[in-house]
Design a binder for this molecule. Structure first.
Ligand SMILES: Nc1ncnc2c1ncn2[C@@H]1O[C@H](COP(=O)(O)OP(=O)(O)OP(=O)(O)O)[C@@H](O)[C@H]1O
Ligand SMILES: [Mg+2]
Length: 371
């Protein structure tokens, strides 16, 4: 390329960068603006070197002015960073670990059965928000706690998430084991930050999994960390006591008998609900939910399939659907075809996947629930 050509080319590039810089500056994205102005200055310098004699000094001058502008942007960017540092640091600490999902899109329709749980949640949280004057008239508060207990895989986590979806609420998840492992050293401070972060939302659902570990029956052999965390936790829960609140907390446990029953009182967990294995009708509904968007053969009778799964948890039923689908999928690849998921696929899946909750354990839950 001849000099006049490169001169024009470099000028064009400089012009582009100046344009980007100006746009970033308008949006107050100063660090970005600085970057573009520096690049513009570099192109202007090259253009100056290839410029026709009379124009050289003029372009060098422009390059220097552009660089000066870049420096102004750099100063602004630094001021911006400093101003942002305070709140950013604390919210960085407080949020990401727990705010699992902003407003999950699951709803109660995605949860089969569990009508009791849904009803309690409607009464404690959804209706008081929708009918605020009537709630006030009858002295009905909102928020508070619900404790879910039962065997694994029965939809406790799912319903907590769907509750947040129904309420258009932010969803926080805490596992007792996280408190003990990740948070060691600042665990009780973090418990406080968690509740604060939830309170700062319009509406929030805090889901506390393995809650028996946070609120154990026997305090004698607690670790040093837990000796500080447990009282902190109780104090935070008491902070909600009876008042209207924008926070619903849902605790879940597979070991209700290991829990401190002192938490089961109004203001802490005022409802304690058994989440049993799904019955025939619920299993059928779980099948529908999990097969909704999958191609089913005509020979698949969902009632008969549900009947074959007595003793299966919701998670087991979901696993059977997954397994049967995989089998059809593999066949589709092997035969270069698109066969629907058939009864034989479910038969094969049932042969592989057995109920995950054994009879002895189940009896223990049922006895506990009957008390
Ligand atoms: N009632 C249900 N309706 C629809 N799907 C369900 C239901 N119960 C369980 N499932 C399926 O099983 C999966 C596991 O359920 P989930 O994690 O909610 O169980 P859990 O009760 O929290 O178990 P754990 O006690 O082991 O934590 C869900 O993601 C869902 O696919
Ligand atoms: Mg769970």
């Amino acid at each position: 390329m001849s000099k006049p050509d490169t001169f024009r080319l470099y000028l064009d590039r400089a012009k582009d960068q100046l344009e980007f810089g100006r746009k970033a500056q308008d949006k107050e994205e100063y660090a970005e603006a600085k970057r573009h102005y520096v690049l513009a200055a570099q192109w202007l310098t090259r253009a100056a070197n290839d410029a026709p004699k009379g124009l050289r000094a003029q372009h060098l001058q422009r390059a220097k002015q552009t660089l000066a502008r870049a420096e102004v942007m750099a100063a602004k960017a630094e001021a911006q960073r400093r101003a942002a540092r305070q709140p950013v640091a604390s919210s960085d600490d407080a949020k990401p670990a727990w705010l699992v999902e902003k407003k999950p899109d699951a709803t109660f329709d995605d949860v089969a059965g569990l009508e009791d749980v849904k009803e309690q949640i409607r009464l404690k949280f959804i209706l008081p928000f929708e009918h605020q004057d009537k709630a006030a008239y009858y002295g009905i508060g909102s928020g508070g706690g619900i404790l879910l207990y039962g065997p694994p895989g029965t939809g406790k986590t799912l319903i907590a998430k769907a509750t947040a979806g129904e309420l258009d609420a932010d969803f926080f998840v805490v596992k007792a084991s996280d408190v003990m492992s990740q948070w060691v050293g600042k665990a009780e401070g973090n418990v406080h930050l968690l509740f604060d972060a939830a309170r700062a939302c319009d509406r929030a659902v805090i889901f506390i999994d393995e809650i028996e570990a946070l609120l154990p029956k026997r305090r004698g052999n607690l670790s040093t960390v837990m000796k500080r965390v447990v009282p902190q936790f109780l104090a935070e829960m008491d902070g909600f006591g009876g008042r209207a609140s924008n926070v619903l907390f849902i605790g879940a446990t597979n070991e209700p008998w290991a829990m401190d029953l002192a938490v089961l009182r109004p203001g802490r967990f005022d409802a304690k609900i058994y989440v049993p294995l799904p019955d025939q009708e619920t299993r059928r509904r779980i099948l529908e939910i999990h097969l909704k968007n999958r191609p089913l053969a005509d020979d698949v009778d969902l009632d008969a399939l549900a009947a074959r799964m007595e003793g299966y948890s919701g998670a087991d039923v979901a696993a059977v659907c997954q397994r049967a689908s995989q089998r059809a999928f593999k066949e589709a690849i092997a035969e270069d075809d698109l066969p629907p998921i058939g009864w034989d696929d479910f038969e094969a899946a049932l042969a592989e996947i057995k109920p995950s909750v054994d009879a002895k354990n189940l009896k223990r839950y049922e006895e506990y629930a009957a008390r």
